[in-house]
Design a protein around this ligand. Structure first.
Ligand code: V47
Length: 381
């Protein structure tokens, strides 16, 4: 009986456009609350915000080095300094990636990597300059808040100063990585030494104040409990109330292979969909929820479009973080494939740039594109 009553209260709130509480969020994670009901509510919110549009972009990844001073237990990508697996890309290799991206119509390059023991701050700034000068139209979505925090240490500068240097070098926005789980009970156990919750949030606050848009993430399905997930979502919601600078939230499903947590099972499809739907319901002030197909698999990403998600991320090239951790998804999808997935889900595909502006392509030359400077109709919350 209590189930029906509580779910009814939540449904009433969602239908009235009212904000859900911490207790509501926790309640929605109870296994006896039917997933399809949560999905329906999330879909209601998703349709209110975006109609039946689903976004994708044409993008590529660049991980300039995998050598990292930190030893996050969930990470299969990192390498020790002297490990044969470790690499650092040369300027030529980086420029070649830029060329390949532009040749293939990419509007965005997602750049993140390890915190190399020996690389200086100037190398990270130089890398953006190099790409931006050669390919000024390629949006550089670069460096997680954890990396910005490392650069503060390397350069003896404040986050604001680091971000200003990076903007001058060509930075366009920040990706959402490094958030993991904010709650110290979990964070201390999975990534003990890196930027804590308040540092991560503070760097995004500073970025937003400088006019940068950023994304945010949550790594779920490892040692955390529902209470930690809801705490995480509410910390993001509070910052968004303050700044409005987050564009999209990406729940990231843990992939255990080759990590320090390899004994754990992969999160189930049910947890994936429940987490996407609860995120849509709790984050009433973040415009987009991304179902990152590389991590979910294309099948669940497609279903996610009916569980609150409105964005599949991009066509993607050169993804390493998930593939090193055992992801069996393809290395990339073609535009035709991604549009087919979206249409099969009953949605209308819209190519967007990193800032969610619709992209128009010359039908005779795919590489010739422009963006609408009009506000994207359905993305404001
Ligand atoms: O911060 C690392 C996660 C993140 C594993 O902003 C893992 O548009 C699961 O943040 N299993 C990096 N997750 C990826 C990321 C991201 C991806 C796509 C789009 C955007 C965006 C951001 O990946 C890390 C960490 O939370 N991660 N290892 C693993 N074994």
């Amino acid at each position: 009986m209590a189930v029906a009553t509580d779910l009814k209260l939540i449904r009433d709130k969602v239908e009235a456009g009212e904000r859900l509480s911490f207790e509501d969020g926790l309640y929605l994670y109870r296994p006896d609350v039917p997933l399809q009901e949560i999905g329906q509510l999330a879909n209601l919110v998703r349709q209110r915000l975006h109609g039946n549009v689903a976004y994708y972009n044409i993008n590529t990844h660049l991980n300039p080095t995998n050598v990292c001073v930190y030893r996050c237990t969930f990470c299969a990508f990192r390498s020790d300094l002297r490990d044969p697996k470790g690499y650092v890309m040369s300027d030529e290799q980086i420029l070649e990636r830029g060329r390949e991206a532009v040749e293939n119509g990419c509007t965005e390059m997602h750049i993140v990597g390890g915190l190399h023991h020996q690389k200086k701050y100037e190398w990270y700034v130089h890398l953006l300059e190099l790409l931006h000068q050669a390919y000024p139209r390629l949006h550089l979505k670069a460096w997680t808040a954890v990396e910005i925090n490392w650069f503060e240490f390397l350069a003896r500068k404040t986050a604001r100063e680091v971000l200003l240097d990076m903007i001058q070098a060509g930075l366009g926005s920040l990706p959402g990585g490094g958030a993991e789980i904010f709650h110290p009970q979990v964070r201390h156990r999975i990534c003990e030494h890196k930027a804590d919750a308040s540092k991560w949030l503070d760097i995004h606050r500073t970025a937003h104040r400088l006019g940068l848009k950023t994304n945010c993430t949550m790594l779920y399905g490892h040692i955390e409990e529902p209470v930690h997930r809801i705490d995480h979502l509410l910390r993001l919601r509070r910052l968004q109330d303050e700044t409005g600078g987050f564009q999209t939230f990406i729940p990231l499903a843990f992939h255990p292979a080759n990590t320090g947590l390899a004994h754990l099972p992969r999160p189930s499809a049910l947890l994936d969909l429940r987490t996407l739907a609860i995120s849509r319901l709790m984050l009433d002030n973040i415009p987009h929820i991304k179902a990152y197909w590389v991590m979910l698999g294309v099948d669940i990403a497609q279903v996610a479009l009916a569980y609150g998600a409105d964005d599949l991320d991009g066509t993607v090239r050169h993804e390493l973080i998930y593939h090193d951790a055992g992801a069996t998804t393809p290395q990339m999808l073609s535009v035709e494939e991604i549009c087919r997935l979206i249409r099969e889900a009953g949605c209308e595909p819209v190519e967007r740039d990193t800032l969610y502006r619709p992209v128009y392509r010359d039908p005779n030359d795919f590489r010739n594109w422009s963006v609408s400077t009009d506000a994207v109709a359905c993305s404001s919350v």
